[in-house]
Design a protein around this ligand. Structure first.
Ligand code: MG
Length: 273
């Protein structure tokens, strides 16, 4: 794969052949993939999905974890329901994470990513210590097959994430850097965050957003280049930190408008790279 190859984030859903056909129609050759339905995660479904991917000619660069019961409706909902932070679902979600890591290895994907939730800012918080331990276990599980585990950015500041990565202290703990999320969650200026986390970045989302005027309320996701990330500076900073991975476009709306916005985003990235 070429450095900074343009790609898209896709959900696999019940019809992966159709999803991958849409990626091809966009004219890109790389994609990050959302968590596939259960039927593809184990047994014969894995080989079937691997064949579908192989026939599509699309390189899957990252598989994202997703967990039953998550809600991104607003910031309080994310805080309560997303990732590995909520205690009551942590054990079952850790088991699911291991299943996704094994699935990814079987289809030949090195990077597995997740929103793990809001990492506590207080390092003496028992939840912080338990998360550190959980992430060490996940990273050690990934290491058996030379895989990386990537933390999606946004829910905490770059400082908190940086400290957490150092505390976990595993070489295969990486970052999937989403600059728009820094704005959407109000977690800090994305380019400064990218510079701080640069050496850990194994994947990115090319996504844009406008800051919220109200603390604790989501900003607004907008088409790439129409927000406050500063996409030219974002791509320029990725080059300056030596990032060689794909530029994966993420547009979190559905329907035809999503396709149109992604087509425009591809053109914009082509003009910058
Ligand atoms: Mg993202």
């Amino acid at each position: 794969m070429e450095p900074l190859a343009i790609g898209v984030m896709i959900g696999v859903g019940e019809n992966p052949r159709e999803g991958l056909r849409k990626v091809r129609e966009l004219g890109v050759l790389t994609a990050q993939m959302g968590c596939p339905p259960e039927k593809y995660l184990g047994g014969e479904g894995v080989a079937e999905l691997k064949k579908i991917i192989s026939e599509s000619g699309i390189a899957i660069t990252t598989v994202f974890c997703g967990y039953a019961g998550e809600s991104y409706a607003d910031i309080p909902a994310v805080r309560q329901t997303v990732g590995l932070v909520p205690r009551n679902t942590r054990a079952e979600r850790l088991a699911k994470t291991r299943a996704i890591i094994e699935f990814s290895n079987k289809i030949g994907v090195k990077n597995v990513a997740a929103h793990i939730g809001f990492i506590p800012e207080d390092r003496s918080d028992p939840d912080y210590q338990e998360l550190v331990k959980a992430l060490r276990d996940i990273c050690d599980f990934c290491a058996k097959n030379a895989q990386n585990f990537c933390l999606e950015t946004g829910q905490e500041t770059a400082e908190v994430l940086h400290g957490f990565i150092r505390d976990v202290n595993r070489g295969n703990l990486k970052v999937n850097f989403d600059p728009a999320n820094m704005i959407l969650y109000g977690s800090g200026e994305p380019i400064a965050a990218l510079n701080m986390l640069g050496k850990y970045v194994a994947g990115v989302h090319c996504k844009d957003a406008l800051w919220s005027s109200e603390k604790g309320v989501f900003g607004q996701e907008v088409p790439l280049g129409k927000g406050q990330v500063g996409i030219d500076r974002f791509v320029g900073t990725l080059k300056s930190i030596g990032y060689k991975g794909p530029l994966t476009i993420e547009r979190e709306i559905g329907g035809e408008q999503q396709t149109k916005d992604i087509q425009e985003a591809i053109k914009l990235l082509q003009s910058l790279s």
